[in-house]
Design a protein around this ligand. Structure first.
Ligand code: NAP
Length: 285
């Protein structure tokens, strides 16, 4: 039996690509550990977290629907890093002799991938985020005051208002702008980075969430969708001479940062990327 256990808690979690990536990393680093799937219903979350020591679990990734409740649990029964505190959500837990500590590696994972995969520095730039759910929130809160302006569009107006209210507690309110449907084209023309943080693109036949005629040459496009090797948005953006990638890099780097938090070792990025690509291919692109 492996010396240490790690895993992902969510409901459902059957689709997760993290076991392939993390188990490949443990093997490559000769770390005697195993990463598992823990499907935990919301009503059972507190009991599960209370038994981490008893169940020899040394670290967790946390996914939908537990990210906010896990943060609330750790506020009382552990500690939080600044990023998880600001965002109000935890996606990584480290369990040690000293207790539990919660982190959020989604924002830093996106940032690392943005630089590595798109060669894009967000500081001082105009950024346009489509969608204002959990992933958009992690990105917007992590980028904070760095960009010149972050514009956000979502069909769910209440979600954007919530994001804006949360953002202004920490950052300069004027830098985050809510965009309505009629303003999408003009906003995109003035932006140097478009982030698709809607679920459109996850299904094989999904269209692009953005009219291709609005995509300009030289635009950087980051499509957060990670369960497919390409998407209609990435194809159309590339055809119009924009620089476009899918969300594989964000998934990779948020996992690599979690691995480094748990083990204290440098993550074997190339091994993890290869394992992720193979797992995505198995899903059937
Ligand atoms: P979410 O919480 O459901 O948020 C998505 C938001 O987009 C919702 O508010 C949704 O509104 C809105 N939306 C849907 N269609 C839209 C459209 N046509 N135009 C504008 N807004 C639209 O989802 P999430 O957890 O943030 O995830 C979003 C995407 O990011 C998913 O594809 C997910 O797989 C991906 N993701 C990737 C990573 C990574 O590591 N690469 C990490 C996290 C998430 P309604 O709720 O009204 O539909």
């Amino acid at each position: 039996m492996a010396k240490k256990l790690y895993g992902i808690i969510g409901h459902p979690v059957g689709h997760s690509l993290s076991p392939a990536m993390q188990n490949a990393a443990f093997k490559a680093c000769s770390i005697d550990s195993r990463y598992e799937l823990y499907d935990v219903e919301p009503a059972a979350l507190e009991e599960f977290l209370g038994n981490l020591h008893n169940n020899r679990i040394s670290g967790l990734n946390v996914t939908i629907p537990h990210k906010i409740k896990a943060k609330e649990y750790l506020e009382h029964k552990g500690t939080l890093d600044e990023n998880a505190k600001r965002l109000g959500a935890v996606n990584t837990i480290k369990v040690s002799e000293d207790g539990f500590r919660g982190f959020n590696t989604d924002g830093p994972g996106f940032y690392r991938s943005l630089i590595e995969d798109l060669n894009f520095e967000p500081e001082g730039k105009n950024i346009f985020v489509f969608g204002s759910g959990g992933a958009a929130r992690a990105i917007v809160m992590y980028l904070g005051n760095g960009p010149q302006r972050i514009s956000v569009y979502d069909i769910d107006k209440k979600k954007i208002e919530d994001l804006k209210t949360h953002y202004k507690k920490y950052y300069d309110e004027d830098r985050l702008v809510i965009v309505c449907k009629d303003e999408v084209e003009e906003t995109l023309a003035k932006s140097s980075l478009l982030v698709n943080a809607t679920p459109i693109g996850m299904k094989r036949d999904d269209p692009s969430p953005v009219d291709k005629n609005m995509l300009h040459a030289g635009l950087h496009v980051y499509d957060l969708v990670y369960n497919r090797l390409t998407t209609q948005l990435v194809k159309e953006a590339s055809a119009r001479k924009a620089y476009a990638v899918t969300g594989l890099g964000m998934l990779l780097h948020q996992g690599a940062i979690a691995f480094e938090i748990w083990t204290g070792e440098k993550a074997p990025i190339d091994v993890m990327r290869k394992a992720l690509k193979e797992a995505i291919k198995r899903l059937g692109d």
